[in-house]
Design a binder for this molecule. Structure first.
Ligand code: ASP
Length: 438
């Protein structure tokens, strides 16, 4: 029998009905042996996430402001869940203990982690699986850095003797025994760590969408789903703003070459998206995998005759921005020109200073600043070594009368990145989408 680790996000565990769907999913496949739940999420748009409410309680407690009304919302949610699911678990003393600890000054990390802890207890009884507290198997250093070596050992050793377990997401412990959480959305990471530690065949990540789409549905009407994507492609798209999975969740399973399947709790028959290692069996199909982009960039263009022969020009330019604590995104260049593409949020109020210093130190013929740039990445393994891809892409943009201000291509031919005016952002993504997908 294979091993699947299944992580369920907050939207899959909001209320009784969602828990019942989750139980049916787990019971439908006996390989789903290790279950990682998040805390209950929103049941409807105006609802609260339990984790948010817990943080709020802790903030109130810290300032000496009463928080019993907020805590009441939390208790009610869990008690309703337990009753609605017909469980015998008595949550009242456990909730009371948590409330007292928050009142007594326990940390924000401890408080936030109780959302997953309580959901784990509920899930374990509902399924008849063993409850394994991640505080006993997932470790951080005293300063809060995740410790993969100790964790891997302990996860493997502990779970080897447990055939089926529920392990709450989002937290572990520090050497002093204190609770440490991952960053928000971190249950994705827990799922990946468990999958790696136990050597799972598949890591299922259950959420409320049927996987990734080729483009953002807010921009392209009804975009096609992505059936299969490599870790590398995913990283490119995620970096450009596409987001379903916590970025750090990819590393443990990628290292162990375990595929991740993004699945939809509300549509379990849909195949979802399979994230796979970069295998040799990926064909150069001439197809793209996905399109994603970000707004908010500025381009600084510098021209100087005979720049190409001036020794150290690029280095001096980069040290100017480095000295201001700024990193660049792209650096397209010509014979006598070079440009830097920089995210606006890094520039802050430093732009004038930078331009002054470039003029002073590099004595260029011109320095030109153009704000309001958006970057769009078209990503796909299938594009590599396939002639005609960029022709197709730029023809589509040309037909729409879109001016391309910058072009960059990653060295693995995995992506083509373009810079366009912010107002052309949505139109560009649509044009690229329809050029490749019918
Ligand atoms: N419940 C935590 C959060 O809201 C962790 C998670 O859902 O993955 O961030």
């Amino acid at each position: 029998m294979g091993i699947k680790v299944a992580k369920f996000g907050g939207s899959s565990l909001g209320g009784v009905e969602q828990f019942q769907k989750v139980r049916a999913i787990i019971e439908a496949d006996e390989e789903r042996r290790y279950i990682v739940p998040s805390a209950p999420g929103k049941r409807h748009p105006g609802d609260h996430k339990i984790t948010d409410l817990l943080y709020l309680c802790q903030e109130h407690a810290q300032k000496g402001i009463p928080f019993s009304e907020i805590f009441e919302l939390i208790s009610t949610r869990y008690l309703e869940l337990s009753k609605g699911l017909g469980l015998s678990l008595d949550l009242v003393p456990i909730l009371e203990d948590i409330r007292e600890k928050i009142l007594g000054g326990y940390s924000a990390e401890y408080t936030a982690s109780r959302g997953e802890y309580l959901n784990g207890l509920i899930m374990a009884e509902l399924l008849g699986y063993e409850f394994v507290d991640p505080a006993d198997i997932i470790f951080f250093t005293q300063t809060g850095v995740y410790d993969p070596e100790e964790t891997k050992k302990m996860v493997a050793q502990t779970l080897a003797n447990v055939e089926r377990a529920v392990i709450p997401g989002f937290y572990g412990s520090r050497p002093d025994g204190g609770i440490q959480t991952f960053s928000r959305g971190g249950s994705d990471i827990t799922g990946a760590i468990i999958a790696q530690g136990i050597g799972a065949d598949l890591y299922e990540n259950w959420t409320d969408v049927s996987g990734f789409m080729v483009a953002d549905p807010k921009i392209v009407n009804n975009p096609k789903p992505i059936a299969e994507i490599t870790y590398k492609e995913l990283r490119e798209l995620a970096y450009m703003g596409a987001r379903v999975l916590h970025e750090e969740a990819v590393f443990p399973v990628r290292e162990a070459k375990i595929p991740i399947n993004i699945k939809n709790t509300n549509e379990p028959e849909a195949k979802g998206t399979l994230i796979v290692p970069n295998g040799e069996d990926i064909h150069e199909t001439g197809m793209i995998t996905g399109i994603a982009g970000k707004k908010g960039f500025t381009i600084i263009s510098i021209e100087k005759a005979m720049m190409n022969t001036e020794l150290g020009f690029g280095r001096r330019l980069l040290s100017i921005i480095e000295s201001k604590g700024i990193s660049f995104e792209h650096m397209p260049s010509g014979i006598d020109s070079i440009s830097l593409v920089i995210p606006d949020n890094q520039l802050d109020k430093k732009l004038e200073d930078i331009v002054e210093e470039i003029k002073e130190q590099l004595k260029p013929d011109t320095v030109d600043v153009h704000a309001g740039l958006a970057l769009i990445a078209t990503v796909g393994h299938g594009m590599a070594r396939t002639p005609g891809i960029s022709a197709k892409l730029f023809t589509a943009l040309g037909k729409e009368n879109i001016n391309v201000r910058m072009i960059a291509q990653g060295s693995g031919e995995l992506n083509i990145i373009i810079g366009v005016e912010t107002e052309d952002f949505e139109r560009s993504i649509q044009a690229i989408y329809y050029a490749f997908i019918d």
